[in-house]
Design a protein. Structure first.
Length: 309
């Protein structure tokens, strides 16, 4: 079965939208835009009109959205056999979308990503090129770091956590500065642990596909203990960076925000560790909602900390 030929009632456009997994876009989009806002507050452009700055941020946001869609699509192409076990209703394993169409969509998204990034500035373009490589390395041969335990988490955390914030900053101010990298490290550390949460419900297909995720390598309970510190430590780092003057936002606000977020992270750890085996059987574990909300609250909260600074 291929595309809408086998399913006349199904719109190809709607299947491509599903294929791009747009619901995964909100956290990186918020992360990127808030990073641009933070840079605008921390390093206000002197000689650039606000409209020009805003245009660069919006173009960069669209570039980031295209990259997110391309990354999701590429992952589904190389995970086809795994998805036939874990997620058979997705457009590709179900046959509603052909492999040829999937590849065309993926390549177009990557080309758009790089073309749009050139309209922002050279620093942003370089960050996008590095991020593009990492998204390929996670899914595609010969790297396919998805097979390699914590290295898989790292190749998710660097682009989707650290470089996302640095890219947003770069649309407004230079990244030849420690501050965007400090901010990026906070979110990179969080994603380093949170990236594993999606692996618990996928263990059957990942094992069959030779992907040695943390739950497969160490078991459900031990891997839950391994990732738990990453829900707390990044936000203690936020408080320390603000206290020590590495962040130029409102110091008391950012210190308090970090402590609040770390306390929320402790609660998430409690939800995970009280019954870790439920992670592997519950596709909508209660902790996942809190992890998502914590990430969003941190993105917006740090931006507020600069806005009131």
């Amino acid at each position: 079965m291929t595309d809408t030929a086998a399913h006349p009632s199904t719109s190809l456009v709607s299947e491509l939208v599903r294929f791009s997994r747009p619901f995964t876009l909100l956290p990186p989009l918020v992360g990127y835009i808030t990073a641009g806002f933070i840079a605008f507050e921390a390093r206000p452009p002197v000689d650039t009109p606000f409209a020009a700055v805003l245009a660069k941020v919006l173009i960069g946001a669209f570039s980031a959205a295209c990259l997110n869609a391309a990354s999701n699509a590429l992952n589904q192409i190389y995970d086809l056999d795994i998805d036939r076990l874990n997620k058979p209703d997705r457009p590709l394993p179900s046959g509603r979308l052909s492999m040829r169409t999937a590849w065309i969509f993926t390549i177009v998204c990557y080309v758009l990503t790089l073309a749009l990034s050139l309209l922002v500035n050279f620093e942003f373009f370089v960050i996008v090129v590095v991020t593009t490589f990492l998204t390929y390395a996670y899914s595609g041969p010969p790297f396919r770091t998805k097979r390699l335990g914590m290295l898989a988490n790292l190749t998710i955390a660097i682009p989707r956590g650290c470089l996302l914030k640095v890219a947003g900053w770069s649309a407004v101010a230079t990244v030849l500065d420690w501050e965007p990298w400090w901010i990026g490290s906070i979110f990179g550390l969080y994603v380093l642990g949170a990236a594993t949460t999606k692996d618990y419900s996928d263990m059957e297909g990942d094992r069959a596909g030779g992907c040695r995720t943390l739950p497969i390598l160490y078991g459900v309970e031990k891997s839950a203990w391994i990732i738990s510190p990453f829900f707390v430590l990044p936000f203690l780092l936020l408080s320390w960076l603000a206290y020590d003057g590495h962040l130029t936002g409102n110091r008391p606000f950012l210190i308090g925000l970090g402590l609040f977020l770390a306390s929320w992270g402790v609660y998430i750890c409690y939800l995970i560790l009280r019954k870790p085996e439920s992670l592997a059987v519950d596709e909508n574990h209660v902790s996942w909602k809190h992890m998502y909300l914590l990430m969003m609250a941190a993105q917006v909260g740090v931006a507020v900390g600069y806005g009131v600074g």
